[in-house]
Design a protein around this ligand. Structure first.
Ligand SMILES: NC(=O)c1ccc[n+]([C@@H]2O[C@H](COP(=O)([O-])OP(=O)(O)OC[C@H]3O[C@@H](n4cnc5c(N)ncnc54)[C@H](O)[C@@H]3O)[C@@H](O)[C@H]2O)c1
Length: 346
């Protein structure tokens, strides 16, 4: 088992390994002194892993209850959030109790925000079961729900007390969700270069534990320096300005991972045109996407994508923090006028 220590305001460990769910009770016991635990999970993950997690926690003396949500982004909403808070209050959960988020990023974001806000904050444990959640969303303390006006508009920074990533859970993940996570994983390859890039170029599934450890360690370094995204944490948004535009224009029919792939390629193309990224790195990036059959093309024009960014950022002094790529392992945040974005991407 690999251990990544995260030293944010609340320090915690990220445990990464194969077949560790059966021991999750003992692992949680080392991190938490709670009595009652509410496992928040979804209707796909629960039949797969709810039983093994509950059994292991009960073996350590925890009183365990479940709140099962419908799977999918639509559950990251005020209605489901309110229903969970009422469940906790009606059941007299106290600050000595805790939340366990068992599932992908939807469950993690929602359960994390419940934990951040119920009784002004109770502890929570993340047990991520998607590639995206294991390499990214379960670490760093961003929690949120969506509003009709947009994604992640209400939330809090609230660090978990422990993250347990069992890489065996990825064996049941549908291919579409693997691709979704790969979009973010290749982003880490661009940001970091080095070993993770080599592992990605040689089929990342052969050493998935190491891949998760490397991505999490990178995010840990960034989050420790900038917990609330005032500076260096913005690097994690590589490709995301374009990706958000595409997701909105497509009414979220593009997976996030595919949209990020389109966004990174758009940025790489712009950097190539500027002479900041060399052709061999650009070709290496394209070859990487091709090797996983990840579609990085879009029929949406850069004009329409830049238009969405303008609408989204209207309050931010008409400047945008764009992450640019000068080489693998050399990405930078570049401030630019929103009015220049379209020309930059064309
Ligand atoms: N907090 C952050 O820092 C952060 C970062 C990136 C993304 N996010 C958020 O994460 C969310 C997306 O997360 P996601 O991609 O994990 O999607 P998800 O949570 O919707 O999971 C995708 C699908 O996979 C299913 N699933 C989960 N684990 C499974 C398993 N082991 N086997 C079979 N099926 C499984 C789920 O039921 C769901 O249908 C978005 O809401 C996004 O905003 C948050």
């Amino acid at each position: 088992m690999k251990v990544v220590q995260v030293n944010t305001g609340r320090p915690y460990k990220v445990l990464i390994g194969s077949n560790i769910l059966a021991d999750v009770g003992a692992l949680v016991k080392e991190a938490l002194s709670a009595k009652r635990l509410l496992i928040i999970t979804d209707d796909i993950v629960n039949p797969l892993y709810g039983g093994i997690v509950a059994e292991s926690l009960a073996k350590e003396g925890y009183e365990v209850e479940f709140f099962v949500i419908e799977n999918g982004e639509q559950s990251k909403c005020l209605t489901v959030y309110g229903a969970i808070l009422n469940y906790l209050a009606d059941g007299s959960f106290t600050r000595k109790d805790a939340i366990v988020a068992l599932g992908g990023g939807v469950v993690g974001d929602l359960a994390g925000f419940v934990a951040a806000s119920y009784l002004r904050g109770i502890p929570f444990v993340q047990i991520p079961t998607t590639l995206l959640a294991q390499i990214d969303s379960s670490v760093g303390g961003k929690t949120a729900i969506d509003l009709d006006a947009g994604k992640n508009l209400v939330g809090a920074f609230w660090q978990p007390s422990l993250v347990v990533a069992d890489t065996d859970t990825l064996n049941t993940l549908p291919q579409k969700e693997i691709e979704n996570g790969l979009g973010e994983l290749i982003k880490y390859g661009c940001l970091m270069g080095g070993e993770i890039l080599t592992l990605l170029e040689n089929d990342f599934t052969t050493d998935i534990e190491r891949v998760v450890e490397l991505a999490v360690s990178y995010k840990r370094d960034i989050v420790e320096e900038d917990e609330r995204e005032g500076g260096v944490r913005r690097l994690l948004n590589l490709g995301h300005t374009v990706a958000h535009g595409i997701e909105k224009l497509s009414h979220y029919t593009y997976t996030h991972g595919r949209a990020v792939a389109c966004g990174i390629v758009a940025i790489a193309k712009a950097c190539l045109k500027e002479g900041k990224l060399n052709e061999s790195d650009y070709n290496r990036l394209i070859a990487l996407y091709d090797s996983y059959n990840l579609d990085y093309t879009t029929h949406y024009s850069m004009e329409s994508i830049a238009e969405v960014a303008k609408v989204d950022k209207k309050a931010e002094n008409k400047d945008i923090n764009l992450v640019v790529m000068h080489a693998f392992g050399d990405c930078k945040v570049q401030k630019m006028a929103l009015s220049d974005l379209e020309g930059y991407l064309l």
